[in-house]
Ligand binder design. Structure first.
Ligand code: NAD
Length: 260
């Protein structure tokens, strides 16, 4: 059922996005891969996916901080792939600092990449999904879309925002065969959190691996980082026909973090 559909995954050159790309490609889903790497690296990645999974691919390295750049990227994707059936808003960045000294530029970048880019992509691809009366919109939020942590003002604001955006889109599309959901992961083993682990290692004079464990245990009862592929498998389920009744949901995959 999903083979031949087209998915666009923002931030799919690394971490959760890349792992999700593999999970979807294994099912024969054509892919628009995207992220901050050079054209040469990106074309090589796309060629690797095409050859390995026998699917159509496209790569783009549009910077998601700018609305016009996003619009041009999405027009290229529509022109080349015909339609986008599955939209996964995944790209994100992090910066941790108390709100009083939080750099304005970082605030603006986090809101632009982690929240506003999803508004732009959804706005652009909804008409095509409505025409086909089928679509899946999956926003990779975070436990920080549901609860707060110290020093994450911009990240929590963006993630709470994307949870709200997801709910509104679900309401607006409920009778059109389109679902919109947010996934709210706890700690996932990706480069995004390396700075936070390094900071703990320095503060506590400990190894990177010990600091990683300390970071997880501070908030998440399940004492291990999630594998990015686990998020990809949930994305795949949300794309399935069996999941057509799940919409407007914010689904924690967080090792009981928000159960406390
Ligand atoms: P990652 O750093 O491995 O990947 C981030 C991706 O976003 C990369 O492909 C990168 O190129 C892209 N990106 C960053 N800035 C960009 C920009 N300006 N323009 C375009 N693309 C840009 O991170 P990840 O951990 O895989 O994170 C993916 C998503 O999952 C993020 O939204 C993150 O907030 C969320 N998340 C991560 C965790 C975690 O513990 N790793 C937990 C909860 C939620």
């Amino acid at each position: 059922m999903l083979s031949g559909k087209v998915a666009l995954i923002t931030g799919s050159t690394s971490g959760i996005g890349l792992a999700t790309a593999h999970v979807l490609a294994e099912k024969g889903i054509d892919l628009v891969l995207h992220g901050l790497m050079t054209d040469i690296e990106g074309q090589a990645l796309a060629a690797e996916f095409s050859e390995r999974y026998q699917i159509q691919t496209l790569f783009d390295n549009a910077d998601l901080r700018d609305g016009d750049t996003i619009d041009e990227f999405m027009s290229r994707a529509l022109n080349k792939m015909g339609s986008i059936d599955i939209l996964i808003n995944n790209a994100g960045i992090q910066h941790t600092e108390g709100v009083a000294s939080f750099p304005v530029a970082k605030w603006n970048d986090i809101i632009a990449i982690n929240l506003s880019s999803a508004f732009h992509t959804i706005k652009k691809f909804l008409p095509g999904m409505r025409e086909k009366r089928w679509g899946r919109i999956i926003n990779i939020a975070s436990v920080h879309g549901l609860v707060a942590s110290l020093n994450k003002s911009a990240y929590c604001a963006a993630k709470h925002g994307i949870v709200g955006l997801t709910k509104v889109v679900a309401l607006e599309c409920a009778e059109q065969g389109i679902t919109a959901n947010a996934i709210c992961p706890g700690w996932v083993d990706t480069p995004l959190i390396n700075n936070q682990i390094s900071d703990i290692a320095t503060q506590n004079q400990t190894s990177f691996d010990e600091a990683k464990y300390q970071l997880v245990k501070a908030k998440q009862p399940l004492p291990e980082m999630l594998d990015p592929r686990q998020i990809g498998e949930l994305v795949l389920f949300l794309c399935s026909d069996a999941a057509r009744g799940i919409t407007g949901s914010s689904i924690p995959m967080d090792g009981a973090w928000t159960a406390q």
